[in-house]
Design a protein around this ligand. Structure first.
Ligand code: GH3
Ligand code: MG
Ligand code: MG
Ligand code: MG
Length: 302
């Protein structure tokens, strides 16, 4: 979260007139990193590559005009989050309406007042930042700070599709804390909550490869997505997770089988087929988890 708040905003100016680019750049110099493009086509490519927070868009340009550019920016998942502000010599109500219908957030007519442009862009950046923070919060679990189940479902499904297209094996781990009801009964729910935070940190620290992530699946259960992981490799992950938990040595007290808090891990791995969904992996991992519990807990199976 703090990373998001610390990053400098990026502004992209799309205008065929170099003088306008020059003027807008100097008006907005104090608000962030400024990029520019001199055509709609170039602007679209730059927006895809640099993910600007705000785009200042001219309407009249040779080639693709501002409305068409705006529509395309809003249709593309890679660029649709940017705030779009038209800055144009067009000043009829109909022009303004058309810009809003194309998805623009604001509309400034030329000639403009530099201080007003500065203030209106600052407003857009504030709104964009607040919306980025809310979007990020919406993906996190409130108690543990790892991703939540909604995020797991969304990103997990994206990974299944990606691994299908690329023909690679994907793995999913379901991690369930052993005898956690007994832990709560003995130490209380506040200590239980602290321990869930600890466990989330241990798991987060154990998965470090790009694309891997931990999510809280439910109460005392976590799910881990492990890209590019085969059936042969996945048992090492299971062993690694269990041993990380044991070496963290959180005292249990209430467990009939272990002094320290342990976890059971169910794993699923394989290359997805055309009709494979995330649910297939979760069901397979859940069956494996059930077997680990039946077999005495504190272990893994795939
Ligand atoms: P098993 O080894 O079979 O998984 O036993 P268990 O006791 O962990 O499983 P069970 O499903 O019977 O109980 C899960 C417990 O997890 C019950 C509930 O009190 C606790 N739990 C779930 N969510 C939270 C939470 O957010 N905070 C705390 N403190 N406890 C939670
Ligand atoms: Mg122009
Ligand atoms: Mg459970
Ligand atoms: Mg449990």
């Amino acid at each position: 979260m703090s990373e998001l708040l610390d990053t400098e905003p990026t502004l992209l100016i799309i205008d065929d007139d170099p003088d306008t680019i020059q003027i807008l750049s100097s008006i907005l110099a104090d608000q962030g990193r400024i990029l520019f493009a001199t055509s709609g086509e170039q602007g679209l490519r730059m927006a895809e590559n640099y993910c600007p927070d705000v785009i200042l868009l001219d309407q009249n340009m040779p080639g693709q005009n501002g409305y068409e550019t705006c529509l395309q920016l809003k249709q593309n998942p890679a660029t649709q989050e940017a705030s779009i502000v038209f800055v144009t010599a067009q000043s009829e109500v109909g022009d303004e309406l058309r810009a809003f219908e194309a998805g623009a957030q604001d509309f400034i007519s030329k000639p403009f007042s530099p201080v007003v442009v500065n203030a209106r862009i600052r407003n857009q950046l504030t709104i964009k930042r607040q919306s980025d923070v809310l979007k990020q919060l919406a993906d996190l679990d409130g108690l543990t700070g790892v991703f939540n189940r909604r995020y797991f479902n969304r990103l997990g499904e994206v990974e299944v599709r990606r691994h299908y297209r690329q023909g690679f094996s994907l793995a999913i781990a379901l991690v369930d804390v052993d005898h956690f009801k007994a832990f709560n009964d003995l130490h209380g729910h506040v200590a239980g909550d602290d321990t869930l935070r600890d466990i989330a940190q241990v798991l987060n620290g154990a998965v470090r490869r790009p694309g891997e992530f931990v999510a809280r699946y439910g109460g005392e259960e976590f799910a881990i997505v492990l890209p590019y992981t085969t059936y042969e490799q996945v048992s090492r992950v299971g062993e690694w997770l269990c041993s990380n938990m044991r070496s963290r040595a959180i005292q249990h007290g209430g467990s009939p089988v272990s002094d320290v808090v342990t976890v059971s891990v169910g794993l699923a791995a394989g290359t997805p087929g055309r009709d494979t969904t995330l649910t297939h992996y979760v069901q397979q991992a859940d069956t494996a988890l059930y077997n680990v519990k039946q077999g005495g807990r504190n272990g893994f199976e795939c």
